[in-house]
Ligand binder design. Sequence first.
Ligand code: RET
Length: 287
Amino acid sequence: MDNLFSLGNATFENYVGITSGYTEMAYQMSAHVLTVGFAIMLAALLYFVLTMKTVAPKYRISSVLSVVVMVSAFLLLMIQQQNWTNAFVFDAESGRYFLGSETDQFNNGYRYLNWLIDVPMLLFQILFVVSLTKSTFSSVRNQFWFSGTLMILTGYVGQFYEVTNPTLFFIWGAISTVFFIHILIVMKKVITEGQQGVPEKAKRYIGMIWTIFLFSWMLYPGAYLMPYLFSLGLEPALSEAAVVGRHITYTVADVTSKVIYGILLTLTAQEMSKADGYDYESLSTTS
Ligand code: RET
């Protein structure tokens, strides 16, 4: 693999793109999955704007935060998609796409920088819907902020080493995981406290939020590890299936952790609003 090291700390998508190249199907599936990802963010942006008034004013900050998340995700995921289509060039002789020699290489970094905005927003968002009984708002907010940011920054550094230095890749990944576990512990506390003294339906929604949260956030470290999950060894698999698998995993994770999570928070807030005497279904259309 000596000649490959001229790619610098490139991620495995580029190594696949210079060794075997991508078949039409793998290249297009990746492009399409990346495109559907940002299209969903724009569509969901409308949902969060249009449902804003279906919840009592004190819950509306949650919708505002979803709007912030949608705008930043839409823009950064669009750039991420362009990074994919610009990085690889079709070669008519072999019928495959190879890494271009005069283009930027592909890197998932746009995603990580998007998380830097979205992760704190998604974590804060729930605090505007549920009420804490024992913990204080500012302490939870600061813990989310601290661990959320460090989890992403350490993972961002680690992903550059996924091919060239697996040891560093796993060390940075492990440090990131410590912060991730801290986030899960704090979130579980928020969920448990939030379920106390709320209407039955809202309680069920909050339970679903925890399941969705756990499932979708776990997909991100899965995508980080993708080249190793495919090789099941200490060398990354340079397989296009793993590349497509990573794009799909990230997109499913993004739609679930941002859009479905936000919708469930809206539904929870609607139930709590009703319990507070604010029932949007019986409001007149002019109010
Ligand atoms: C990294 C590095 C490897 C170890 C772990 C990670 C966790 C990432 C997570 C990201 C969540 C992102 C979200 C974005 C929404 O916009 C950084 C991949 C544990 C949990 C929810």
